[in-house]
Design a protein around this ligand. Sequence first.
Ligand SMILES: O=P(O)(O)OC[C@H]1O[C@](O)(COP(=O)(O)O)[C@@H](O)[C@@H]1O
Ligand SMILES: [Mg+2]
Ligand SMILES: [Mg+2]
Length: 339
Amino acid sequence: MQQHSTLGEFIIENQKQFKYSSGELSRLINSIRLAAKVVNHEVNKAGLVDILGTAGDTNIQGEDQQKLDVYANTIFMETLTNRQIVCGIASEEEDDFVTISGNDQTNNNKYVVLIDPLDGSSNIDVNVSVGTIFSIYRRITNPGTPVELKDFLQEGNKQVAAGYIVYGTSTMLVFTTGHGVNGFTLNPAIGTFYLSHPDMTFPKDGTIYSINEGNYVHFPQGVKDYLKYCQMEEGDRPYTSRYIGSLVSDFHRNMIKGGIYIYPTSSKAPKGKLRLLYECNPIAFLAEQAGGKASDGYRRILDIKPTELHQRVPFFCGSINMVDVAENFMKNYPDDANY
Ligand SMILES: O=P(O)(O)OC[C@H]1O[C@](O)(COP(=O)(O)O)[C@@H](O)[C@@H]1O
Ligand SMILES: [Mg+2]
Ligand SMILES: [Mg+2]
């Protein structure tokens, strides 16, 4: 007999904790749960169906869209649109934000969602775990009026909820509404998410670092110095290098075991690679809610004022003591703070 509470039960039990709890946020998280199950079903049989490889188009960031990027985007967009629970959606795979309006062209809903439908796209074809990342804000324009860009360009510290789904050895949905972080594992036999990881907490320290060292020559000096520190024979070092190449999966492992993930600027990617609004902000919110830390090497990610929908920022995220040490190396090169 299943002892764990289900995600549905957890949402009902904790709804009163949700900011402005009127049931709308619960319905929204429930819809994300539904879309996650549909995408999970397709991910699991990738290789048997025509879902591998590129879709033939590029997104606004010039990346070749994978078929699963497009599929996951369609499922999340349709699921959230059809249920009339959001007033706008921004996605990695959509050039501009999408306004969801009712039959009367207005929308009285309070929330906007920003989403990375499929994270870790380079791993889809090689059967390595991938994910979905979501971030939820309360709109700042008045309900009933058209949604505007400013509803999406809010600082990360204004998020009302954020989370990810990892499609790995098991499928998990991990999220926060600002009251800690909880993880739910999908029981594929009955299609139900169960609370398997209550109150997830980032170990203050760890011995894992995650970075694409293939870009080493392009890294800022502060990052090179930190990597040398990680690899020195001293105390609990050298640390172990682990890099899956899916932000969600690397973050998930580091949150459980302790570790740091870094995607810095480089001469190839002057502003870094990861997108502030639907990758860094939601992951940073989760990290902080679990007792970890997230910055761009200098500033708290959640305090960065966004200026563009698809803007990129450098990302340092993980165990608080490890991020502190990495930042101390970056501080030696203050000019690199102006990326
Ligand atoms: O291959 P690289 O340059 O190391 O980049 C890997 C990083 O890029 C990403 O794949 C970017 O996300 P998308 O796959 O959603 O575009 C991260 O998940 C991952 O951490
Ligand atoms: Mg991504
Ligand atoms: Mg993506």
